[in-house]
Design a protein around this ligand. Structure first.
Ligand code: FPP
Length: 244
C-alpha cells in the first residue's frame, strides 16, 4: 500500500453506491450486462482494500428495490451474477475473516440467490475482521415504513410507550439495527444523488462523488477516497474550535 493513512481516522462504516456499469459497457460498444460482469472485479478489489486498511463495515448497494423494473434479462443476469459471485468468493471471505450480511427485501430474490446468500451468511457468521453488508432489493423508504409498522405494533400491544420512542428506537427497527452509522458514502459515475440509500443512517456521513465508472474503480480509487475523507472535518453541528 502506497498510502499513509492516519490509522485513527479510518471510517468505521463505508457505504458505496456502485454506479456506471451500463455506461462503462456502452462506451466499449458492449451490452449493459458486460458492465455488471466487470463490476464484480471492482467489488472484489474494494472489499480487499477496505479490509486491509481496517474498515469495520462495508455496505454495497448491489440492487435497489427500483432495479426490479429494469429489463428482465438484465435483472436475471444481475441475480445470477450475485449467486455465482457468492459461490465463487466464499472461500476468500473465509480466508480474510469477513462476515457477510445482507439488508433489503431479501425474500423477493430468486431462490437460488437467496439460498446462496443464506448459506454464506451462516458460514461466515463468526468472522470478525470486517462486515460486508450487501444491500439487495433495498429501498430506504420501505425500510423506514417497516420500522414504523413494527414500532406501532409494539405500541398497540402495550410493549412500548409512545413517550419512550426515541432515535434509538427507530435505529433498532431498521435493517441495519446492529450496525454503526455510515461515516463515509461513496458514489461512482459522476451522479450526485442518494437514490433511496440508507437515508437515516447517512445523517452525518461525509459524501464523496467520483466520475470513475464502477468497473474502473480499483484499490487506488478507494484509497484516494479515504485520503479525501481524512481531510474532512466532521463537526456534527459544532464549531471547528469546539471539536479541536
Ligand atoms: C449500477 O450501474 C450497478 C448496479 C445496479 C449493480 C451493481 C452490481 C454489481 C457490481 C455486480 C454484482 C454484485 C455483487 C455484490 C457480486 P448501472 O447499471 O446503473 O450503470 P449506468 O448508470 O451506467 O446505467
Amino acid at each position: 500500500m502506497n498510502n499513509n493513512f492516519d490509522t485513527q481516522k479510518i471510517p468505521n462504516h463505508v457505504a458505496i453506491i456502485m454506479d456506471g456499469n451500463g455506461r462503462w459497457a456502452k462506451q466499449k460498444g458492449r451490452l449493459r450486462v458486460f458492465g455488471h460482469k466487470n463490476g464484480v472485479q471492482a467489488v472484489r478489489e474494494t472489499i480487499e482494500a477496505a479490509a486491509e486498511i481496517g474498515v469495520k463495515v462495508l455496505t454495497l448497494y448491489a440492487f435497489s428495490s427500483e432495479n426490479w423494473s429494469r429489463p428482465k434479462k438484465e435483472v436475471d443476469t444481475l441475480m445470477s451474477l450475485l449467486a455465482a459471485s457468492l459461490k465463487k468468493e466464499f472461500k476468500s471471505l473465509q480466508k480474510n475473516d469477513i462476515q457477510l450480511r445482507a439488508i433489503g427485501d431479501l425474500q423477493s430474490l430468486p431462490n437460488k440467490a437467496q439460498n446462496q446468500l443464506k448459506e454464506v451468511i451462516k458460514k461466515t457468521a463468526s468472522n470478525n475482521r470486517m462486515i460486508l453488508n450487501l444491500a439487495l432489493s433495498y429501498g430506504s423508504r420501505t425500510e423506514i415504513v417497516n420500522a414504523v409498522k413494527s414500532i406501532s405494533k409494539k405500541v398497540v400491544n402495550n410493549e412500548l410507550k409512545i413517550e419512550n420512542i426515541d432515535k434509538k428506537t427507530i435505529n433498532n427497527h431498521l435493517y441495519t439495527f446492529s450496525l454503526p452509522d455510515v461515516d463515509f458514502l461513496i458514489r461512482t459515475s459522476g451522479e450526485q444523488r442518494i437514490s433511496n440509500f440508507l437515508l437515516w443512517q447517512i445523517a452525518y456521513a461525509e459524501l464523496y462523488f467520483t466520475k470513475t465508472l464502477w468497473p474502473d474503480f480499483k484499490k487506488q480509487n478507494f484509497y484516494d477516497a479515504i485520503s479525501e475523507y481524512q481531510k474532512r472535518e466532521r463537526r456534527y453541528g459544532k464549531t471547528s474550535e469546539q471539536i479541536k
